[in-house]
Design a protein around this ligand. Structure first.
Ligand code: GLC
Length: 605
């Protein structure tokens, strides 16, 4: 293999722009004490990584309307009805006044979650409509003071959660509030639907100080330990987002904060990543993540939305998320009366038993180490691989890619029936019974003589001989991380020094000469940082060029690799020097087959 190295590449014409007062309550909640002293990030995430499955609850005055107001129907999501039908604030306040959820029973709700296998609930303490579903002292616009109900459902839920061993968590819409004249979102009465950089800062920050922050302080002070605060719809500035992170951690250091706390266009903040709604990353995310998903098409109750997911789909979604290393936050939309729709109960009653039978393969596991598997999914715990067979093999034999450990046994998780297993060349082969043992998916256990050592996923060339090395099959070392952000998409980042690298195994079966192109985003802080890329025994040394912002990706040619022979190569990229800021936000390194090498105009070493 011969290498032509291009340093100092400034041919921007080549570049492709790809993307363009807190008051505390006297009464104590039995069994709940405020969180103890500061803990580190890993400890903080421990319960969340173990939990895997949570219940989202969207419930508020909008639940009474069920998608219709004054004879007018709206399109999903039903919790947006005030905004979509431009309901005047006074009319909506009148509607909120009538909220009387006589059917609400905190224990029933928490048991529904528990019996479905869920380990935490996240309930809308205040959604975008601005109405607090708990007894707030900050604003009388809350379920206790504003209605005849005179109960605090969140207090009742926090008590029931503590009794049932479920983590109690709250959703709080911090930027959006259609009731408050200073908040974002109401464009029909307050003209407050601002652009990202153009907004009335003074008016907005007054809202934050007089409503959003004091209400959050109440929630974090009066409701016992809060597992996590689920913010939504982002923030304007980084500082405003960080204020909320610090507010939460200042009162309850162990409480997690989701990534929607900050501006979606800026560097990610918060303790874990929320994907987009119903988002399913194809895999490969290292920074811990959670996918919020609907059970039908709406979040808040909508009487006309009957597009319920089947229990089989819910189970498959759970497995697919867990096998990709994330959490599944599945939503329910109770009615205004507090009744939970029959279809929801029915689906949950079928999901729960499967999860209970296969609990060992879900909770506390880590992601599939093989990358995608043609026949199903995999999770890992200790010395065990859990194999979820989506497509029962015709020949009765399940092929698992190379596992370097010795297999001590293979069996069905359901009843521990032993299965014949052999390790042949690069594969482990398990003989399966003729029929699926469980529905909708059977789980097999492969017990090994130690923690699993498997071949890393291999990047292969496509039909034309190109190979794209991206976040999906990367092995990250040190602080390097595969991340997701609404604006920046999937990328590799968080690397600040030579110990933080990204690595791939590249399989070459179509030899030849290749041009190497790197696709990344870099802001001013990353400009000029030196880095190197190694392909097998060849090293390319270059430095980072400014692309505009951390989510503005550009493609840059790095150099040519001549006569790359068939075989497996390790490709590694790392910063050459230590610093405070990230090297870059890397999307991919691509090898493109070329017939000739264009040397003119390039700084060739
Ligand atoms: C979207 C919706 C919001 C809902 C949220 C849940 O942001 O606008 O109503 O609460 O998704 O993820």
């Amino acid at each position: 293999m011969k290498m032509v190295h291009l340093n100092q590449i400034l041919l921007f014409t080549f570049c492709l722009i790809i993307s363009n007062s807190c008051q505390t309550k006297k009464e104590k909640i039995p069994g709940i004490q405020p969180s103890p002293a500061p803990i580190d990030n890993d400890q903080k995430l421990e319960w969340f990584r173990e939990a895997k499955f949570g219940m989202f609850i969207h419930w508020g005055p909008y639940s009474q309307l069920a998608g219709e107001w004054n004879g007018k129907q709206m399109k999903s999501p039903a919790e947006w009805i005030m905004n979509r039908l431009q309901i005047p604030v006074d009319d909506y306040r009148e509607l909120a006044h009538k909220l009387n959820p006589v059917e609400f029973n905190a224990h029933d709700w928490v048991r529904l979650a528990r019996d479905a296998g869920m380990k935490y609930i996240v309930i809308t303490a205040k959604h975008h409509d601005g109405f607090a579903m708990y007894h707030s002292k900050v604003s009388e616009y809350n379920i206790f003071d504003w209605t005849s109900y005179k109960r605090d459902p969140l207090k009742e839920l926090s008590v029931a959660c503590a009794e049932e061993g479920i983590k109690f968590c709250v959703y709080y819409s911090h930027r959006e509030d259609w009731d408050h004249p200073g908040a974002y979102g109401n464009n029909w009465e307050y003209d407050n639907e601002w652009g990202d950089s153009f907004y009335d800062k003074e008016k907005f920050e007054k809202y934050l100080e007089e409503k959003a922050k004091p209400q959050l302080r109440e929630l974090l002070t009066d409701y016992g330990p809060i597992g996590l605060v689920w913010f939504d719809r982002g923030m304007f500035t980084f500082e405003q987002g960080m204020d909320f992170v610090n507010l939460v951690h200042g009162i309850q250091p162990a409480t997690l904060v989701n990534s929607r706390v900050g501006n979606y266009n800026q560097e990610l903040i918060g303790d874990y990543q929320s994907t987009s709604d119903n988002g399913m990353p194809p895999g490969g995310l290292k920074e811990y993540w959670e996918s919020p998903q609907t059970l039908n098409e709406t979040w808040g109750f909508d009487k006309s939305d009957t597009l319920w997911k089947s229990p089989e789909t819910v189970i498959r979604n759970l497995i697919s998320i867990v096998s990709r290393g994330g959490n599944y936050l599945l939503n329910i939309g109770p009615k205004g009366t507090g009744e939970i729709p029959g279809a929801t109960l029915e689906i949950f009653s079928k999901v729960g038993p499967w999860v209970a039978r296969n609990a060992e393969s879900i909770y506390g596991t880590t992601a599939n180490p093989f990358g995608e598997l043609p026949w199903g999914y995999c999770t890992v715990k200790g010395n065990k691989l859990y194999l979820f067979v989506r497509e029962w093999p015709q020949n009765g034999e399940l092929a698992i890619p190379r596992v370097h450990n010795a297999v001590t046994s293979a069996y069905l998780l359901l009843d521990k029936t032993k299965l014949p297993v052999k390790q042949v060349a690069k594969q482990t082969l398990i003989s399966l019974p003729s029929k699926q043992a469980d529905n909708p998916m059977t789980v097999l256990v492969l017990e090994l003589d130690g923690s699993p050592k498997v071949d890393p996923p291999v990047v292969s060339q496509d039909q034309n001989g190109s190979a794209e090395l991206n976040y999906l099959k990367v092995i990250t070392h040190g602080k390097s991380m595969t991340r997701f952000n609404r604006k920046g998409g999937f990328h590799i980042s968080k690397w600040t020094g030579p110990d933080d690298s990204a690595e791939w195994v590249l399989h070459v079966d179509k030899p030849g000469t290749f041009q190497m192109v790197i696709d990344y985003a870099a802001n001013k802080n990353s400009e000029g940082k030196p880095y190197e890329i190694k392909v097998g025994s060849s090293t390319f040394k270059t430095f980072v060029l400014y692309t505009g912002d951390w989510f503005e990706y550009h493609k840059f040619p790095v150099g040519y690799i001549e006569h790359l022979e068939p075989g497996d190569y390790t490709v590694n990229i790392r910063p050459k020097e230590s610093g405070d800021s990230y090297l870059m936000w890397l999307r991919s390194i691509t090898l493109i087959p070329v017939k000739t090498i264009k040397k003119e105009g390039w700084g060739v070493n």
